[in-house]
Design a protein around this ligand. Structure first.
Ligand code: FES
Length: 548
């Protein structure tokens, strides 16, 4: 019985009257609108506005909207600082928050408005847990900035620090770029983590194609948000729940999108986490195997020249989907949230004449290999190499070992890391960091100094979607749990073979046993509060670093 007609819910009714709701409002289906708005970042700055437009769509379709908010942490603003530890932790807190609100208020349906990196997988995880009819609205990319006659993004900003270190740019140049790199609201402006996960939401079926890739500040976004509000009532009427959408085939299609669009390594972590929440078996190696056979069909930064807005102008994720479908790379026995089929999405796709952002599968931008999953004596449970479509390579080099991102960054900026080194950054894993900081200060410094292709970086932390170069992250087991990466010493030989998909520490077993016996776990950084709870419950990166 609804609240309006239940005699015992009169106290609840009094609070709903206090908010201006009528008896009729209470008799309509309630749609929770989870916004990840915060005023601390440009990425999610439009969400309050979007929530109002979603609410308009909900009302128009016969529902009663109820808005609520979650926390969110900006990766860019916290990058290279201790605050970055909060980023991956926030994924769990956001998922928990949406879940709690859904359970407390027993919404009939749910819309999740998301943007910055962790908010997208967090919403997916909460949708899987609640399993009520739900739609995801990705709020959209920032426009690129313009500096010295070229489009720039936050990637240029980070690499400028490396260029400053070798004297190619001065501080005035860096400051000038900072004033021009990010011209307004929206998520980081290319195929970094947020936009990778926005596309994943489309291909997984949780978000309607044609909405997420509209830029955050484009006028069309508001009408699209209203349509999402209407879709929420439609999925309720059709009783389309996340458990119907989140299938093994849907995950397959999502992984194909990451591979085909040269997406972020963070997608590996998040796809594993969503699979766990949905009760689906997904092994990290399956993600690597799919990436091995899917060519990169978009020329998006960081591995290509184009920005997210270029993709939208060219035809968006619908055009990418149509190309992948034409090549038979998508599994079609899936449910898309707006009721369309892959054939409908392909038929609705519009290609801008002359566009050069989306290629065909037959003549891709790059060959297969956006990402590769490696295993070996240094990563028995796996790790992720950002291959970016480059040719397979073998590399052996002496280890340069650092126990934190800061130590390593200082050494690079001080000129103490040389071509041929294999830089190891450890105790930055899910529990050890805690929170798997992204090593963008390091990769930006290496690329900026021209060492991006000659220094390999191996870490139990992770990478920003902006990062590129010879980067291997998510090494599992992590150092804090006594994984082999904790045993590496300066000068040890580390061997990477991307073709053989191996990462090995070339030290004999007896010596490793001696080091293992002498190893002690470092003290925890946090004995109280959210980090303490996180460290006590978080699992391995090879399982998505979910808390249980
Ligand atoms: Fe929020 Fe990049 S820091 S999307």
């Amino acid at each position: 019985m609804n609240i309006a007609d239940d005699p015992d819910r009169a106290p609840a009714r009094s609070h709903l009257y206090a908010m201006g709701l009528t008896d009729d409002d209470m008799r309509r289906p309630t749609v929770g609108i989870a916004s990840t708005w915060t005023g601390t970042m440009p990425c999610n700055l439009t969400h309050r506005d979007l929530a109002r437009h979603v609410a308009t769509g909900v009302r128009r379709a016969g529902g009663t909207p109820m808005e609520f908010n979650t926390v969110a942490v900006s990766d860019n603003l916290t990058m290279g600082t201790p605050g970055m530890r909060a980023s991956l932790v926030s994924r769990e807190v956001i998922a928990d928050s949406i879940e709690l609100m859904g359970r407390a208020h027993a919404f009939d349906a749910l819309v999740c408005i998301v943007g910055c990196d962790k908010t997208v997988p967090a919403a997916m995880m909460a949708m899987a847990r609640l399993d009520i009819p739900a739609v995801l609205l990705y709020s959209g990319s920032m426009m690129p900035g313009r500096w010295r006659d070229r489009d720039v993004t936050i990637q240029d900003m980070w690499e400028a620090l490396g260029e400053r270190a070798v004297g190619r740019l001065g501080q005035e140049d860096v400051d000038d770029l900072a004033r021009n790199a990010c011209p307004g609201a929206g998520t980081c402006a290319a195929q970094y983590t947020a936009n990778t996960m926005g596309a994943v939401a489309d291909f997984m079926g949780l978000a309607p194609f044609g909405v997420g890739d509209i830029p955050a500040v484009a006028a069309e976004k508001q009408g699209a948000a209203e349509r999402v509000g209407e879709i929420a009532l439609d999925v309720l009427a059709r009783d389309v729940r996340p458990s119907r959408i989140l299938t093994a085939d849907a995950l397959h299609n999502a992984i194909v999108s990451v591979a085909a669009m040269g997406g972020s390594t963070n997608a590996v972590l998040h796809l594993l986490a969503v699979a766990r929440e949905a009760g689906l078996d997904l092994a990290i190696d399956e993600i690597g195997a799919i990436c091995r056979r899917i060519p990169i069909v978009t020329g998006l930064k960081p591995s290509g020249p184009h920005t997210a807005v270029d993709l939208w102008r060219a035809g968006g994720t619908s055009l990418v989907a149509s190309r992948l479908r034409d090549a038979g790379l998508l599994r079609e026995n899936v449910t898309l949230v707006d009721g369309r089929s892959w054939a409908d999405v392909a038929a609705d796709a519009r290609e801008t004449p002359g566009q050069d952002v989306v290629a065909s599968v037959a003549e891709p931008v790059k060959g297969p290999g956006a990402l590769a999953v490696l295993r070996g004596s240094l990563a028995p449970d796996g790790c992720v190499l950002k291959l970016g479509g480059r040719a397979d390579f073998r590399r052996e080099g002496p280890a340069r070992v650092f126990d934190s991102e800061e130590e390593c960054f200082e050494a690079i900026q001080g000129g103490h890391v040389r071509a041929g080194d294999v830089v190891i950054v450890r105790y930055e894993g899910p529990a050890g960091g805690p929170g798997m900081r992204e090593m963008l200060s390091i990769t930006g410094a290496l690329v900026g100094q021209g060492l991006g292709d000659s220094v390999a970086l191996v870490t139990d932390g992770r990478f920003s979607g902006v990062s590129h170069g010879l980067v291997i992250g998510h090494v599992a087991p992590e150092a804090y749990q006594g994984g082999p990466i904790a045993l590496v010493r300066d000068g040890d030989t580390v061997a990477v073979d991307s073709g053989a998909e191996t990462l090995d520490l070339l030290v004999d077993e007896e010596e490793l046993e001696r080091r293992r016996a002498a190893w002690t776990r470092p003290e925890r950084l946090a004995e109280r509060g959210v980090f303490s709870k996180y460290v006590a419950t978080v699992g391995s990166a090879s399982d998505g670093a979910v808390t249980v």
